[in-house]
Design a protein around this ligand. Structure first.
Ligand code: GDP
Length: 325
């Protein structure tokens, strides 16, 4: 198929979503059941992207793609369903570090993406091609076509601080080094990918998905232009808290929020976002936080935010959209 077959007409972005990986993927799977998928644009974090074995891997884009494509591995919580790991295991024979588990089907995505990037296509163009190949009707755009990288400065209990890539800290070192600081290399000079600012400017509703506030939403906000536009449209912005009952539902958000002085609660999320977000949807178990959140000028909506199935996620999406209409 020629590349032009993958170009989309300019569809109105009725709902724009800022997305990280797993939490966003679950929410978006509900959103596409509750709202017309063609009216949804997800702007996805790329600061976790990293090269492994010469291949360009985009963990967040792929989590969202596989979930919306209905081919995600629900048992592992990442990667493709019915996956095998023969190739990555075989690399061990050559003494290659293979702690980042890339499955055999997943590798096809990375091989295709890397080859296309080398041929001069942008990450946004390749992402569009890949999502169309999985018959995804919503639009997924990488936040930027430029290279930005989350750098975690961390230290073992008595050790010197040192810089780690996100996957080194998270997967290889199992989040053990204590986080001292986080920055997004390259973000200052990055530009939003084509379509990102238009989607945010035109959207009736802007959703900040339940994603890690520090390393999934943080990098999007660090790209010049995005945060200012959100602030201009604050009354249209709604966030779903990824923190329920004072802890992340999954993943290391607490280990990043606490050392950076962000309270690990839905209040902490609301406080972090309040400059550019008018409404926070938090879990019903956190009802006691409502007064504190409203006191910092953020409207509260409570719902069942534990997305145990796409149906629960669709119900949550309906509440989120309904609260903004
Ligand atoms: P990471 O896994 O922390 O790197 O970050 P992601 O941005 O991929 O998303 C994980 C976030 O999604 C975590 O902070 C989770 O608490 C959140 N999350 C995952 N599943 C759910 C859910 O069912 N409900 C809610 N409210 N949050 C969720």
């Amino acid at each position: 198929m020629p590349p032009s077959a993958f170009l989309r007409p300019n569809l109105p972005s009725v709902i724009a979503a800022l997305a990280g990986g797993v939490g966003a993927a679950k929410f978006l799977a509900g959103l596409v059941r509750s709202e017309p998928p063609r009216e949804i644009t997800a702007i996805v974090n790329v600061a976790d992207d990293q090269e492994f074995h010469g291949l360009y891997v985009c963990p967040d884009i792929d989590s969202v793609t596989y979930t919306l494509g209905g081919v995600n591995n629900t048992k592992l919580g990442w990667g493709r369903e019915s996956e095998t790991f023969r190739t990555i295991d075989e690399l061990g024979r050559f003494g290659v570090a293979n702690w980042f588990r890339l499955g055999d089907l997943d590798l096809a995505t990375h091989i295709f993406r890397t080859d296309q990037l080398r041929k001069g296509r942008t990450l946004a163009e390749v992402t569009n091609h890949i999502t169309r190949s999985f018959e995804i009707e919503a639009t997924l755009i990488p936040a930027t076509n430029d290279r930005i990288t989350t750098v975690i400065t961390a230290a073992a209990a008595n050790g010197e601080p040192h810089d780690l890539a996100m996957q080194e800290w998270f997967v290889r070192d199992r989040c053990e080094p204590i986080v001292r600081a986080v920055h997004f290399e390259g973000a200052d000079g990055a530009s939003p990918a084509p379509g990102v600012l238009a989607a945010l400017a035109d959207a009736e509703i802007i959703v900040i998905c339940p994603s890690n506030p520090v390393i999934s939403i943080g990098p999007l906000l660090a790209i010049p232009g995005i945060k200012d536009l959100l602030a201009d449209r604050r009354d249209r912005v709604v966030a779903i808290s990824p923190i329920v009952a004072g802890a992340p539902v999954k993943g290391p958000a607490d280990l990043l929020m606490r050392p950076l002085g962000i309270e690990v609660s839905c209040f902490g999320v609301a406080e972090q976002y309040r400059e550019f977000c008018s409404t926070v949807v938090f879990d019903i178990v956190d009802q006691d936080q409502a007064e504190r959140i409203e006191a910092v000028g953020v409207r509260c909506v409570s719902a069942d935010t534990m997305m145990t199935s796409p149906d629960v996620a669709a119900k949550l999406a309906g509440i989120v959209v309904g609260a903004m209409r």
